[in-house]
Design a protein around this ligand. Structure first.
Ligand SMILES: *Cc1c(COP(=O)(O)O)cnc(C)c1O
Length: 239
């Protein structure tokens, strides 16, 4: 559908403008922020159009949808990010197409990802997902580890065969002290990132910001924003 192409091109241009303005307002170079388009619930045909429009980073959150989509798009010059809660029984599949798993939040997952990466002969980038709505020592029901668990998990990833520690990810929390204040949660993520980079200098990625709050993320210093709705439209089903 050429109409779809026109629509996606217009949406992408608007998002690009938002990122560029946010960078300018923050005094940051535009190249300091990478757009990842979250293509979950949308078909491989949209991914193909996006790739043709210059998108190079896409993200998915469910292996059942992502695996066939990535296979259909294997000829495209795309990096695939996995951003959803990840069960260990899906790890082998995800590790076969994902370049970066952004939702690493527990030791068991680190072990499973490492085993799968080694078995598949691939190196997997990993981001520790930080949850600001989780109690100390706990994980969030929406995925992610409380800030006090980041260091140990980061060390585990850095020591695991087949894995590469790339940085941190968060989703603005709906509960807890930062609910309703995405900027404050992103600022806090940046502080944790600064601390992490003291011991893991290569872990420079900071993935934060979605359609509704990408400006806050860019202002805080995010290196990657994950945008779905603003590029592809409102998703038919809530996930
Ligand atoms: C769906 C999703 C996004 C994109 O959200 P939009 O509001 O559609 O831009 C970003 N990150 C994660 C982890 C997601 O699941």
């Amino acid at each position: 559908m050429t109409d779809r192409r026109t629509e996606l091109a217009a949406n992408l241009a608007r998002v690009e403008e938002r990122i560029a303005s946010a960078c300018a307002a923050a005094g940051r170079p535009r190249e300091g922020v990478t757009l990842i388009v979250v293509t979950k619930t949308y078909p491989a045909s949209d991914v193909r159009i996006l790739a043709d429009l210059g998108v190079r980073q896409v993200a998915e959150n469910r292996d059942q949808d992502a695996a066939p989509k990535a296979a259909e798009c294997a000829d495209l010059p795309l990096s695939w990010h996995f951003v959803g809660q990840l069960q260990t029984n899906k790890v082998r599949s995800v590790a076969s197409y994902a370049d970066i798993v952004q939702s690493v939040d527990r030791g068991r997952l680190v072990d499973a990802l490492s085993t799968a990466a080694v078995r598949g002969g691939r190196e997997l980038g990993c981001l520790i997902q930080v949850a600001f709505d989780a109690e100390a020592g706990e994980r969030s029901g929406r995925g992610g580890v409380a800030p006090d668990g980041v260091e140990a998990l980061a060390d585990a990833v850095a020591e695991a065969q087949g894995l590469r520690l790339d940085g941190l990810m968060t989703v603005a929390p709906l509960a807890g002290p930062y609910a309703g204040d995405p900027r404050a949660s992103f600022d806090r993520l940046m502080e944790i990132s600064t601390r992490l980079r003291a011991t893991h200098p290569a872990a420079t990625m900071v993935s934060a910001g979605m359609s509704a709050d990408l400006e806050d993320a860019v202002a805080a210093g995010a290196t990657h924003v994950r945008v779905g709705t603003a590029v592809l439209g409102v998703r038919p089903r809530l996930r």
